[in-house]
Design a protein around this ligand. Sequence first.
Ligand SMILES: Cc1cc2nc3c(=O)[nH]c(=O)nc-3n(C[C@H](O)[C@H](O)[C@H](O)COP(=O)(O)OP(=O)(O)OC[C@H]3O[C@@H](n4cnc5c(N)ncnc54)[C@H](O)[C@@H]3O)c2cc1C
Length: 555
Amino acid sequence: MLAGALAGGVLAATLDHPLWSVLIGIAVGAAYSAGLKPTRGTYVDNLMAGGALGVPLWGLVSVIAIPVFSNRMPEWNAEQMRSHFPALVGWVVYGAALGLLVQALNDLAAKVWGLESGPDTSPPQKRIRIVILGGGFAGMRTAECLEHQFRTNPSIALTLVSETNALLFTPMLAEVAGSSLEPSHISTPLRSSLHRTEFVRGSVVEVDLEGRRVFLAGDPADGESNQRREISYDHVVFALGAVSNYLGMANLQKYCFNFKTLLDAIRIRNHVIEMFEKADREPDDKRRRALLTFVVAGGGFAGVELAGALNDYAHGILADYPKLQREELGVVLVHSRDRILPELSESLARYAQQRMAERGVIFRLNTRLTDAQPGRVTLGDGEILAETLVWTAGTAPNPLLKSLALEKDRRGALIVDRALDLPGRPGLWALGDCAAVIDGKTEKPCPPTAQFALREAQTLAKNIRAQIEGRPLVKFHFDSLGALCVVGHQTACAELSVPFARSRSMRFSGLLAWAMWRGIYLAKLPGLERKIRVLMDWTVELFFPRDIVQTIELK
Ligand SMILES: Cc1cc2nc3c(=O)[nH]c(=O)nc-3n(C[C@H](O)[C@H](O)[C@H](O)COP(=O)(O)OP(=O)(O)OC[C@H]3O[C@@H](n4cnc5c(N)ncnc54)[C@H](O)[C@@H]3O)c2cc1C
């Protein structure tokens, strides 16, 4: 706040409202410091991040908010924007000053109060090694919490193994598929986010439970040195997540798109553009319709958000293809139950369906998908001619777990005790989508969501420390904060639990819920730099049409 107030002076010099400038400066400064992960000496990073933050803030405050609060329309035509140029300079200088000041004050605080731990000098052989498998929400947060738990204990060595080198922020994945966000902006590099955890990029292929070793696949590109790598552990944490489950339908696996990883979202976006390009040169009406029909299977959060995003994107880029007609476009959502979004209350789910239907999404409810062929999706009660099918209707815990002689539930998830340890197996832990977690207070199964995975990680890290120090373990308990779902076209549904009365909830819909969705998930997106990049993408999206540049070639 102090940094914000000081930097706010720059704003006051360039905006017409000096008092408001300083107040806004203080508010942004407080939010900036709260989102900053203190790392000593990163002045250049903060200067750049703060300066970049100035651009979306200029758009939101100077171009939109100030005119709106003065009973005028947002001033975003070219001439009005030119008149706001001095304010843009002010915002960028303010952001850069804020970044530098926050960093300087953080460094000062660290020096005065000794907030940062010193370098680790203990001999490696005496260390207890904790190995975390998986760098998703559960694995990454476990590593962060363990770093915190053992910040003054250098005898603990932490290793995180993951197939990908970044944490994927899945709640925003649909926006990547719908071309609202740049793919890398929703991924946070694991290496730079973790401070004393060794990060190993690799694919776990085997776990030797008796020998307490983890084996990673060799890299074929390494030629002769293509050897399996081995990491030994004292404690191992399974945070390997889930994969798509095609319910035994082999053709589905062959012909559909998944929607779980960043590459999936990039592929879907590029495929949609490819379909538009093909449709543009296709003379046959029937075939053109099939090219422009996009089927999404699964009416849960992932499927609904994707259908909404694809529908917006497809309608948004239609202007670039003048030969194609709006009536030829179709986004179809297939769901096996009588209503979408079973995680939300019925009224909100019906609202979501109605708003999406008004925007052109076609719903096939109470319908099961039974097969897929190129250009054809077979349903229990007919078929749809479509060149695109995305599967979000089923997931199963990571298949690697099948090879382990450990107790699993019907879905193949590792059964854990209420403290997230594996029963009768000291040193083995599991959480997130690959574990069957039961809440220690309510005795109800915990849903496979990021919200729960993050809280499980906090309990798990505390319990590892307790086990190492010979103290009793605590049970995991967490009351859901609620659920939010974007259904496209600046519309969302939100059902938030009432604090201290978790059985009750507050419901929001429409533009307000959409603004809440953006605000809440932006706050949750890890890393200040990523937040700024996403904010800039959203600002650009306000002023410019969606991009139709193909970034990968699809065969
Ligand atoms: C499109 C979509 C939208 C979602 N939206 C929300 C939402 O809005 N709110 C919410 O709470 N939840 C949401 N979820 C659910 C949420 O993403 C998951 O519950 C959460 O990611 C689970 O965390 P996890 O760490 O257990 O698994 P994951 O995040 O899947 O992480 C698993 C990690 O393990 C790694 N891995 C896998 N196999 C191996 C191997 N053999 N070797 C090494 N590493 C391996 C993977 O690379 C990955 O890093 C969404 C999911 C999807 C797909």
